[in-house]
Every structure is written in C-alpha cells, then in structure tokens.
Design a protein around this ligand. Structure first.
Ligand SMILES: [Zn+2]
Length: 267
C-alpha cells in the first residue's frame, strides 16, 4: 500500500512488522540524450511494478528525488544535497518511521552516489538503536537486484525472459546502455540521439583502490558506458529483472522471524 494515499488512522492500524519501502533517487545530468529526472523515473518504475506484484506486502513511501550528486554539479540541471546534510536527512526520514513503531525498513536506492551515504545513515541509526534486536535496517540499490535472487518465496513468479538483443554491459554505468534502454521502454520521447554517441570506457582506476572522482574527469559528455547499444527490449528485460528482484527482497523481509541474522529463504 502507498503511504501517500492512507489517512493517519489507516497507517496506525497497520502491523508494525509490515516492511516499509523507502525509495530514494536523484535529479542530475544524464549526458546529452537523457533527462535529468532519469534516476527518479527508473526507480519509480521499478517500485511501481513491484508494488503491483505485492501491494499488500509492504508500505511504500513516496520517492525522495533529492540525491547526493555533487560529482555531477559541473553539469547544468543537477540538484544535490550536501553529502553530510543528506546523510542526516536520510537518517531523519528512516527515524520517522521508527518513531511510528515500524521495525522493518528497506531503503531502495536508484543512484550510485547515494550508496555510501545510505549505508552510512543506516549504520549510524543501528548504533543508536543497538539494543533493539527486532529491528531490520536494509539498504539496496535496484540494479543489483534480480539476477541472483531466488523465487523460493514466490513460486508463482515466472522466470524472466531473455532480451531479444544481447546486453553489452555487465554492470550499470551512467546514462549508459542500461539506463538508456529502460528510458526507451517507458518514455521514448524523452530520449535524444543516442545511437551515434561514442563509447566511454567503464574501466575503473587504480583498482581495487576506490578513486574519488568528478564526472568531467571521466566523461566530458556526462555519460559512462555504451548508450549506442540501447534498445527498448533490453529496457523491458532489465525493468522486469530488477522489479522481480525487489519483490523477492520485500517477501524475504516480510518472512523474517524478527530476530535471526540469516535471510529467511536462504537459511
Ligand atoms: Zn542514472
């Protein structure tokens, strides 16, 4: 169910063991061919599909579109919360739901720059609530879901069909094959010329070290990856895979016994 559509009395009547899903994304430059709202648009679609499949299994909060995107600020149209402020904003939002008594909170993220601050916010909250053993604080980024997730808890779900074309990328880039494909599938009119864009390497630097970066050091055009390889078919495949992964994760959160460390369907 959607929090935004409920009255305070209806929220109060809910089981406090109901998984709470908190979607957070971004508004930031996505190269010359995708809208700045891309991350919010895509996470919104993944969550919408998941919600259709398991509406009664979770309480879905409205999507928070302000992300931590300072590394894209050299490009016009990017909006970003200051990193430290953003961690506090995130903690505060989750803490609100703890105040209302909810125990199982899942932050579902749609932007790479939010990964570290989401984890930091959840780790800090856990230290504050360290004696509450029935508390489950989870963070997940949507494009890491789906591929390896099992459908043990959801035997009715069908295996995801293969895309008609083959994916070139094996991981998410930025305004890349994956994101361009998904936007092509859900809002094709917002996609500019992408088929002639030259590839931008997705290779890391000094790995396994993590190198701090701003986008213009890696890509003057603002994208990273192979947008030319995008197609709506691939987009549908990816959206299906990620939303199914989110459904399975929500069901696992629901099945948790309220105390164990192990994941329910994998123990
Ligand atoms: Zn993006």
């Amino acid at each position: 169910m959607e929090l935004a559509k409920l009255t305070t009395r209806q929220v109060d009547a809910l089981s406090r063991d109901l998984p709470v899903i908190i979607p957070v994304a971004a508004v930031e430059q996505h190269g010359p061919h995708l809208p700045v709202f891309t991350d919010s648009l895509l996470l919104g679609e993944v969550v919408r599909r998941a919600q259709l499949a398991c509406a009664d299994d979770g309480l879905f909060l409205p999507l928070m579109w302000l992300g931590n995107s300072h590394h894209h600020l050299d490009f016009a149209g990017t909006l970003s919360g200051d990193p430290r402020l953003w961690i506090d904003l995130m903690s505060g939002l989750v803490e609100n739901m703890l105040t209302h008594g909810f125990k199982r909170l899942l932050v579902i993220n749609g932007h790479g720059g939010n990964c570290v601050p989401v984890n930091q916010a959840l780790f800090e909250l856990k230290q504050t609530h360290r004696n509450e053993t029935d508390l489950l604080l989870l963070g997940a980024t949507y494009w890491t879901l789906g591929e390896k997730s099992k459908s043990v808890s959801n035997p009715a779900s069908k295996p995801v069909s293969k895309p008609r074309d083959q994916l070139l990328q094996t991981q998410m880039g930025h305004a890349c094959e994956w994101e361009t494909s998904m936007v092509l599938q859900i809002d094709p009119e917002s996609v500019g010329e992408y088929q002639t864009l030259p590839d931008v390497s997705m290779e890391g630097s000094f790995e396994p070290s993590v190198r701090a970066w701003v986008t213009q050091e890696r890509s003057l055009a603002g994208y990273i990856g192979y947008p030319r390889a995008a197609s709506a078919n691939k987009g549908e495949f990816l959206l299906n895979r990620f939303s199914e992964g989110l459904v399975n994760l929500i069901k696992e959160v629901k099945q948790w016994d309220g105390k164990s460390w192990a994941t329910p369907s994998r123990s």
